[in-house]
Design a protein around this ligand. Sequence first.
Ligand code: NAP
Ligand code: F7E
Length: 331
Amino acid sequence: MAKQALITGITGQDGYHLSELLHAKGYTVYGLMRGQQNPKRGRLEQEQPFIKLVEGDLTDQSSLIRAIELAKPDEVYNLAAISHVGYSFKTPQLVADVTGKGTLNVLEAIRLTGGTKSIRFYQASTSEMFGGLDYNRPGKGYDEDALFHPRSPYGVAKLYAHWITKNYREAYGIHASCGILFNHEGERRGLEFVTRKISNAVARIHLGKQDHIELGNLDSKRDWGYAGDYVEGMWLMLQQAKPDDYVLATGETHSIRDFLELSFKQIGIDDWKPYVKQNPAFMRPSEVDILLGNPAKAERVLGWKRKVDFPGLVKLMVEYDIGIESATNLV
Ligand code: NAP
Ligand code: F7E
C-alpha cells in the first residue's frame, strides 16, 4: 500500500522539495494550503498536479482536524510557519500564533483524531533557536545538546514548537521528531531571504535589468546547505524505529560577503562592492551573528550527508535566476 503524507507549508521552499521527494517514493501527497484565494495555487496545480490540496490554516484547529481526517496520513510534515526572522520583529504576536501555537494545533489535531499511535510527525525546528552567542561555543558547531538562546520572536516561537513536540512525544508516545535544520537554500527560496535576494539581483545586474542591490548586515555568517539535500533528512527521521531530534547542517560557515563574492564571480565581476549599498531598513533589532552546525548524529544514525557544497549552491542559484530572468521581458 502506498503511504500517505500530509505536508503543511506546501507552497514554501521545503514543501516543494519534500513533495517531489515523497512523490518519487510513491507516496500519495496531501498539501495544506491557506487562504481563500492563495496566489500560489495556480503554479502548484500546473507544476505539481500530483499534490492533493487541502484548504486549512495552522491557526484554525478545525481545519487541521479536517485535513487529517481527509488525508488519513501515515506521516505529517509540519513545515508551515511564518519563517522570516526580520518580519517576525514586525508581527511578533502573529508569529507566536502561527509558528509557535500552530504546531500545538497540528499535534492536537493528531491526538483528537486518534492518530497518536499511528501517525509519524516531523517538526521543522531551526538553528535560530541557538542564537549564535559566544558562550554557546559556535566555533565547535551546535549539536543536539547545545543550549538554546533564541534572538528573535521567530526563534522564540520555534523553541515553543520544538518543546511542545518533545512533550507530545513523552506524554502521549507520539512518533514525533524535530529536525533542527540550519539554513538551506536553493532555486525555490523566497526572494525575501538574503541568498535568493542576492542570486536574483546578480542575475538582473548581469542582464542589465538592475544596477545595484541594497542589503543590511554583511558580516553575519550562516551554515548554508541545499534544500533538496535537507528534505531527504526529514524523510529519514520519520523512517527510524524511534523518534528523536537531529541537527542537519554542512559543518561550514560563510558570511554574506562570501556569498556576494562567489555570486558576482559567477557573472565575471571580481569586485562586488560598487554594486552593493547598505540599507539600515534590512538590519534587525537583535542579530544572530554566526551559525555553525554539527551534523555528526544525523550522519551516523540516519546515514544522511549533504551533497551540494557552498560553491555549488551559489552556482546553482545564480544560474537558475539568470535562466528565469532571461526568459521574461519584465524589468
Ligand atoms: P517558507 O518558504 O517560508 O514556507 C512557509 C510555508 O508556511 C508557506 O507554504 C506558507 O504558506 C505557510 N504558512 C504560513 N502561514 C501559515 C498559516 N497560518 N497556515 C498554514 N500555512 C502557513 O519556509 P521554508 O523555507 O520552506 O521552511 C519550511 C519550514 O522549515 C518552516 O517552518 C521554517 O520556519 C523552517 N526552517 C527553515 C529553514 C530554512 O533555511 N529554509 C531552516 C530551519 C527551519 P503561504 O505560501 O500561503 O504563505
Ligand atoms: O538572513 C542578513 C540577515 O533572512 C540571513 C530562515 O529560513 O534561516 C533563515 O533565517 C542573514 C541575517 O535568513 C539582508 O541579517 C543582510 O544575518 O536569509 P535570512 P535567516 O535570518 O538566517 C533560519 C535557519 C530559519 O529558520 C529561518 O526560517 O542575512 N541580511 N541583508 C539580510 N537578510 C535578508 N533577509 N535581507 C537582507 O537584505
